[in-house]
Write a protein that binds this ligand. Structure first.
Ligand code: SAH
Length: 229
């Protein structure tokens, strides 16, 4: 069974975006996964297809209406749909490789992209939306965040990357950042490839890579150390 993504958005033309190219695009053509972008405005009730309104309590910006979003969600994901319902949101739980793996092992995802100041809290509660953030910064809309999430998931689907997915050596897979990479030429602007990598001694190479991964993680992301294992 293939992974099925449904994205609810005010900008369906932003999809599949880069996911229509390269390995993800080929996998889509092969039927490994499918993406449907649903225009939220199609569920508005007025002539102008309005989806937002001023915030209760006052303040700047506009808020996406709960009733219209609920209709869009219910249409895209009727009761019994086993797919998780995700709201891209800077207030959400930060996306991790662990959650990406879980999603890739599941039937797909229904992803709501916010715009303006965000969405009415009542639809988040009423439809039990899982809020997911892609980092501590503010985007102008959830669409790039949805593309990021789907990119991370799709590359893990069976057959998408072949043996390019290097499993436990990749950053985060073992709680460490990945070791540095080198390739030809042997010398670049006076910098040689570390000798151990050309030694042919696989045990030594593995030990060196592990050491480098630990050094990088300690220096850049000490928060990752001790988080797993
Ligand atoms: N006023 C909100 C930000 C709204 S940004 C706040 O301060 O929390 C508009 C939309 O962009 C959000 O509804 C969300 O869907 C998306 N978005 C912005 N930053 C994001 C992030 N870091 N991760 C995921 N989605 C994000």
């Amino acid at each position: 069974m293939s992974f099925r993504a449904t994205v609810l958005t005010l900008y369906p033309e932003m999809f599949p975006g880069h996911l229509g190219l390269s390995l993800a695009g080929r996998a889509m053509e092969a039927g490994t996964w499918a993406l449907e972008a649903v225009q939220i405005r199609d569920f508005a009730a007025d002539r102008h297809r309005t989806v937002d309104d001023t915030p209760a309590g006052g303040g700047a910006g506009m808020v996406m209406r709960a009733d219209i979003l609920a209709r869009a969600i219910d249409h895209a994901s009727p009761e019994g749909d086993p797919r998780p319902r995700i709201l891209m949101s800077p207030r959400g739980k930060p996306l991790t490789q662990e959650r990406v793996r879980e999603l890739a092992a599941g039937p797909g995802a229904v992803i709501l992209c916010g715009r303006f100041e965000g969405v009415d809290q009542r639809v988040i509660d009423a439809r039990a939306l899982e809020e997911v953030s892609i980092g501590d910064f503010i985007l102008s809309g959830g669409e790039p965040a949805a593309l990021v999430l789907l990119d991370a998931v799709v590359r893990l689907l069976p057959g998408v990357m072949g043996n390019e997915v290097s499993g436990d050596e990749e950053s985060f897979e073992n709680g460490l950042l990945e070791h540095p990479h080198y390739t030809r030429p042997q010398e670049f602007e006076g910098r040689a490839i570390p000798e151990v990598l050309t030694s042919g001694n696989h045990a030594k190479i593995a030990a060196w890579r592990r050491e480098q991964a630990e050094r990088l993680t300690r220096a850049r992301r000490p928060d990752l150390l001790g988080a797993k294992d």
